[in-house]
Design a protein around this ligand. Structure first.
Ligand code: C5P
Length: 232
């Protein structure tokens, strides 16, 4: 799979998503659908967006016992999505089960990536609440290595971690990176941000960008700018 820009479709209803997608007359952007939209509209929203010709990263971050995750992945495979994900904290066995669940009659399967540590978890909660004594950086890298050992295709991480993840897990191990902002843009609640061009230089394979595109006065222009900066 080649590098690309993924738009985070953080909308609350199908109507809002379709109004947004109508702004793209030529392109068929790669889209990320998260829990909010999926739980509001159900699997049908995925099928409808697929019918329009978009690739989809279904960001549901599964985390349960291996048997349950394997069966859930079997269901998600049938939705014909392109990327799905789990929490690496579910352990290697759970990630292997997730991978086993991804089967389709034609032999294809979605890419499977892992969330390492959520960016909302800070070092303090890592040590004091979760009782993980290692540093955030070491934890993220170890989780990435666990994901690679379990046969996953990559991880969600910061563009700032992409190079190190590639060094540890191999160049073909995908880094899917949120936290992207235009140079003059407002970072909002994202703490460690990079521009699309910086993300490219740091080795990100896919950048995930939401509000700078979805809340722009001109989403099409913002998306095209992001693609141009990231893909060169
Ligand atoms: O609007 P914004 O560009 O911040 O959207 C980024 C998207 O990536 C959101 O859907 C957010 O939930 C997701 N995400 C993130 N940081 C992570 C994992 C996912 O921002 N570590």
């Amino acid at each position: 799979m080649s590098k690309d820009v993924i738009i985070a479709c953080d909308f609350q209803s199908a109507a809002e998503v379709f109004d947004f997608l109508d702004l793209f007359p030529e392109e068929k952007p790669f889209l990320k659908i998260g829990m909010e939209l999926f739980y509001a509209e159900g699997p049908q929203i995925v099928r409808e967006i697929k019918t329009r010709g978009h690739r989809i990263f279904l960001d549901l971050k599964l985390h349960d016992i291996p048997n349950t995750v394997e069966k859930a992945m079997r269901v998600l495979s049938a939705l014909d999505v392109d990327i799905v994900n789990v929490h690496a904290a579910g352990t290697r066995r759970m990630m292997e089960a997730a991978r086993n669940g991804l089967t389709r009659p034609d032999g294809s399967r979605p890419l499977l990536i892992a969330v390492t540590q959520l960016t909302s978890t800070d070092e303090e909660s890592l040590h004091r609440e979760l009782l993980i004594s290692e540093s955030m950086d070491d934890t993220v890298m170890r989780y990435a290595e666990n994901a690679a050992a379990a046969g996953l295709d990559g991880v969600v991480c910061s563009p700032l971690e992409a190079g190190k993840v590639h060094d540890r897990c191999g160049k073909s191990f995908l880094t899917v990176t949120p936290g992207v902002r235009f140079a003059e843009g407002d970072a909002g609640d994202q703490k460690r941000v990079t521009t699309p061009a910086e993300a490219r230089e740091l080795g990100s394979d896919y950048i995930v960008i939401g509000r700078p595109v979805t809340r722009s006065d001109d989403p099409l222009a913002a998306y095209r700018r992001c693609v141009k900066e990231f893909l060169g």
